[in-house]
Ligand binder design. Structure first.
Ligand SMILES: *Cc1c(COP(=O)(O)O)cnc(C)c1O
Length: 397
């Protein structure tokens, strides 16, 4: 058997590769440079153009571009009207921002467990958690796979809840043929460099609800409006604007928006390549009893953001930590997405304890994300598979 690099063997790769990275091409750079030379460089025509492009891609009526995905979630949660005394149902296997946005509003995140096969929020678990205080759901399309939107929308309708979809992973994904972004009450996107489409930083909220749209637009810029119909003291004075509520500066710059429009054009090729890599991994790992492949629901036509390598603890003598460290030594650097949100010490201080979501906690113990991004070469995919097989062979039970 080949010696693992962690024990002094030769690593599969000489140079490291990581779980994700951006793809910035010449035309992306040109778009940014051209904008920097223009008159308006923040939240001007390029931001509006990007919002229009995002509406086209998602099929949503309205889009509001903001400074990052967390800002998008914050504004969506405020617009949903979450406040002190409210409960909002979220998933623990997500980036902390999905739950933090509930805390920002003074409301309480209530954690629902995942479906152990798809890793997405389990609609049956949502139902069990609904109380008279429940005001909404933040449903995360984890890894890019759409949540069970039909069931979740039904629950939201029955109980008069606002559904926010955290689609930070899911740009390009469709649910029953309909693009993510046009289905929930509000859908939030992130354009951080590891996400499928990037603006360096950036985020957006899409919605079909005009009232939500107007509020989101105001909250993005301090709660200030230039629309007379929204003013308490309307006037047609050209200079006049009025702050009608407490908002923020969550604007996006025009050069980020220009980069985003350029990137968005490439979404079809980004999606196709990601799909190709996922298929290759699934084919290889699906044959190995030591690994568990994420299940996809037929309703989701997925642009995958993350590839989850899941260990089958019954067939391996190592734990996730040992496997992870062995991967690092082979120069295929994984990451874990995610620590269950309520394991963070901040949430512990708020009174959350382990044991709330057993399926999520079990998944956390067994998983890591391996390289998946547009510019990953076939050779790098092969190296990743090679590293996984080498470690599995070593630790086979
Ligand atoms: C990346 C991410 C966010 C936050 O987006 P930022 O743009 O980094 O603020 C929120 N939710 C999920 C699920 C994410 O992956």
């Amino acid at each position: 058997m080949e010696q693992l690099a962690i024990f002094g063997g030769t690593p599969v790769r000489e140079t490291p590769i990581y779980y994700g990275r951006q793809c910035i091409e010449e035309d992306d750079i040109e778009a940014v440079v051209a904008t920097l030379k223009s008159d308006l460089i923040t939240c001007g025509p390029k931001a509006a153009e990007f919002e229009k492009n995002l509406c086209e891609v998602t099929g949503a009526k309205y889009a509001v571009a903001v400074s990052n995905g967390t800002a998008a979630l914050h504004l969506a949660a405020l617009t949903a009207g979450f406040c002190e005394g409210d409960e909002v149902i979220v998933i623990p296997i997500t980036f902390a921002a999905s739950a933090n946005c509930v805390l920002y509003c003074g409301a309480k995140p209530v954690f629902a467990d995942i479906n152990p096969e798809t890793y997405n929020i389990d609609p049956a678990c949502i139902r069990k958690l609904i109380t008279p205080r429940t005001k909404g759901i933040v449903a995360v399309d984890f890894t890019g796979q759409a949540v069970e939107l039909e069931e979740i929308r039904q629950i939201a309708e029955e109980h008069n809840l606002i559904l926010i979809e955290d689609a930070a992973h899911a740009i390009g994904t469709k649910y029953k043929g309909q693009p993510v972004g046009s289905i929930a009450d509000m859908t939030c996107f992130s354009f951080h460099p590891v996400k499928t489409v990037t603006g360096g930083e950036g985020g957006a909220i899409t919605t079909n609800n005009e009232e939500f749209y107007r509020k989101l637009m105001r909250l993005r810029t301090h709660g200030i409006t230039r629309n007379q119909t929204e003013m308490v003291h309307p006037t047609d004075a050209a200079w006049y604007n009025e702050q009608v509520e407490l908002g923020f500066n969550y604007r996006i710059t025009d050069f980020q928006a220009a980069l985003l429009s350029s990137q968005l054009k490439k979404l079809p090729k980004f999606s196709a390549r990601r799909r190709e890599i996922v298929e290759r991994y699934d084919e290889e790992f699906g044959k190995m009893p030591e690994l568990i492949v994420q299940k996809e629901i037929p309703e989701s036509d997925t642009t995958r953001h993350l590839y989850i390598l899941r260990l089958n603890p019954e067939k391996l003598t190592c734990n996730r930590r040992q496997f992870f460290d062995a991967m690092m030594a082979e120069n295929v650097i994984p990451q874990v997405h995610y620590l269950p949100v309520y394991y963070h010490s901040y949430y512990e201080k708020l009174g959350y304890r382990k044991g709330i979501c057993p399926h999520a906690e079990k998944l956390y113990e067994e998983m890591m994300s391996i390289p998946l991004y547009f510019s990953l070469t076939d050779e790098e995919v092969s190296d990743t598979i090679c590293a996984v097989k080498k470690i599995v062979a070593y630790y086979k039970a």
